[in-house]
Design a binder for this molecule. Structure first.
Ligand code: GUN
Length: 169
């Protein structure tokens, strides 16, 4: 039996994804409605939320942003996705999520709260990369900051080329 690989458009339709402000496409798949909310400094949050997140050839970059919550990423399908993480002390960590575990690609990636994160679709046969994210405490726009090129360059001058490439504003 042969299975043809879905293309990016078919996945967006089948998974009912929308454009994300960071770039790429997403849909929230879960929020912990049946559990007590968590109190954080900024207010009440779900204990956990989860999304699908897709990068495609026409939206291949998740631009730099920072979330206060911890996020665990789970790789599903398609081409690899390269993550650039800048920690508060300026340390840059580059990780590729993908299915080639033997070559060092990751199926899971934990990004602690307070870390700047960007993602880039790698070249490959599929033309998309699909992951899921579990966010705890649950995602809220108030806990998320989109990376500003000038501000990030001032904070991390050693990463100015990367910041230039992977910021929107
Ligand atoms: N990033 C991680 N989780 C979410 C979410 O639930 N909504 C949005 N817009 N972005 C996210």
């Amino acid at each position: 039996m042969t299975h043809s690989q879905p293309n990016a458009r078919a996945l967006i339709t089948a998974l009912e994804l929308e454009q994300h402000v960071e770039g790429g496409y997403f849909r929230r798949t879960f929020q912990s409605d049946d559990r007590a909310m968590v109190e954080i400094e900024g207010g009440q949050r779900y204990l956990m939320t989860s999304i699908y997140y897709l990068l495609t050839e026409d939206s291949p970059i998740g631009h730099f942003h920072l979330n206060q919550s911890d996020i665990v990423h789970y790789y599903h399908l398609g081409d690899g996705i390269q993550y650039s993480l800048i920690f508060p002390d300026g340390t840059l960590k580059t990780v590729v999520m993908g299915s080639d575990v033997i070559a060092g690609e990751c199926l899971q990636l934990h990004v602690p709260g307070g870390v700047w994160k960007a993602s880039q679709l790698k070249d490959g046969a599929a033309g998309y990369g699909l992951i899921s994210e579990a966010v705890s405490p649950g995602f809220d726009f108030a806990d998320m900051e989109l990376g500003n090129r000038q501000k990030l360059t001032e904070q991390f001058p050693e990463h100015s080329a990367l910041v230039e490439k992977l910021t929107q504003v």
